[in-house]
Design a binder for this molecule. Structure first.
Ligand code: C2E
Ligand code: MG
Ligand code: MG
Ligand code: MG
Length: 282
């Protein structure tokens, strides 16, 4: 009867919930182990100046070399890490590794501009992020101007005094800030004026169909115009075709990132600084 069925359903859900909770706990445990064993590492993707072709930045994107499940991209573990509370530890680890790598590139006189590291909402809101950043820079010897932090629009959307103060504190530490996935949040374009940031990254959703969808093209144009009025740099994300690149150049976009130039890789190709090259014998 209906009552018995109802009870069974409840039981079934309870069991499923327990199983899900258990899987989460397993994953949290696995991730802590993975972090200790160095299975989680940053890959890097170039950001290219469209007018000169030079690399002006390089974004760290985490990958998990999982012993059983192979190479995992963030979509497979970041949402869970956020739920089970391992995201802060993961974020700090990637920040450290990315800064170490940046320091190595400096020592090798590689041209990389800045290392850009993604910050999760948890890292931004819960921890003492400014201290963590300062400590990591000190520990690795990476100059602050070689580090950029990417923060998504949704992380800072509240525009609370606390959020604004935190952003300002990061800027005082000397790092630059960019708004990631710009255009996907619900905030007004005008709120950019109030933020102490250096750059906005146009979400790849708009770049993707810019050629076929006039609305996307208009959004890209509008973001570029407003950013320039406000003195902000713009990075276009997810550029895959020459047509997209050319349209971006026409629209006045200076910097872009995407498969057209490189995929995220553990050992990206970076050329030596020209300063070094000019000292070399011909
Ligand atoms: P995101 O920061 O917006 O990074 C851009 C994503 O677009 C990356 O996906 C990158 O691999 C992908 N991408 C780059 N160029 C192209 C292209 O031309 N076409 C297409 N289709 N995709 C492109 P990925 O590596 O899977 O990372 C996904 C998201 O995970 C990132 O989005 C970022 O929000 C998050 N994430 C990655 N690493 C970290 C990290 O260390 N910490 C935190 N908190 N989040 C991270
Ligand atoms: Mg990013
Ligand atoms: Mg993005
Ligand atoms: Mg994204």
């Amino acid at each position: 009867n209906a009552k018995a069925e109802g009870r069974n359903t409840t039981c079934f859900y309870a069991e499923e919930l327990t199983e899900r909770a258990q899987r989460r706990l397993d994953l949290a445990q696995e991730m802590r182990q993975g972090l200790q064993r160095g299975e989680l590492i940053p890959y890097f993707q170039h950001q290219v100046d469209l007018t000169t072709g030079r690399v002006v930045g390089i974004e760290a994107l985490v990958r998990w070399h999982h012993p059983e499940r192979g190479l995992l991209t963030p979509g497979a573990f970041i949402p869970v890490a956020e739920e089970v509370g391992t995201m802060a530890a993961l974020g700090e680890d990637i920040l450290l590794q990315a800064c170490q790598q940046g320091r190595t590139w400096l020592d090798q006189r590689r041209e990389f501009g800045r290392v850009a590291v993604n910050l999760s909402a948890a890292q931004f809101h819960n921890g003492d992020i400014e201290k963590t950043v300062r400590r990591t820079l000190e520990q690795t010897g990476l100059p602050a101007q070689c580090l950029e932090l990417e923060i998504t629009e949704s992380t800072i959307m509240d525009l609370s005094p606390r959020t604004l103060e935190r952003l300002a504190a990061l800027r005082r530490a000397g790092v630059s800030l960019s708004i990631d996935d710009f255009g996907t949040g619900y905030s007004s374009l005008l709120y950019l004026k109030r933020l102490p940031i250096n750059r906005v990254k146009i979400d790849r959703g708009f770049i993707w169909d810019m050629g076929t969808t006039p609305e996307s093209r208009s959004i890209v144009d509008t973001i570029l115009q407003l950013a320039h009025v406000l003195g902000l740099e713009v990075v276009a994300e997810g550029v895959e075709t020459i047509q997209q690149r050319d349209q971006l150049i026409d629209a006045g976009c200076r910097v872009a990132q995407g498969f057209l130039w490189a995929r995220p890789e553990p050992h990206p190709h970076l050329r030596c600084c020209s300063a070094q090259a000019s000292n070399d014998p011909p």
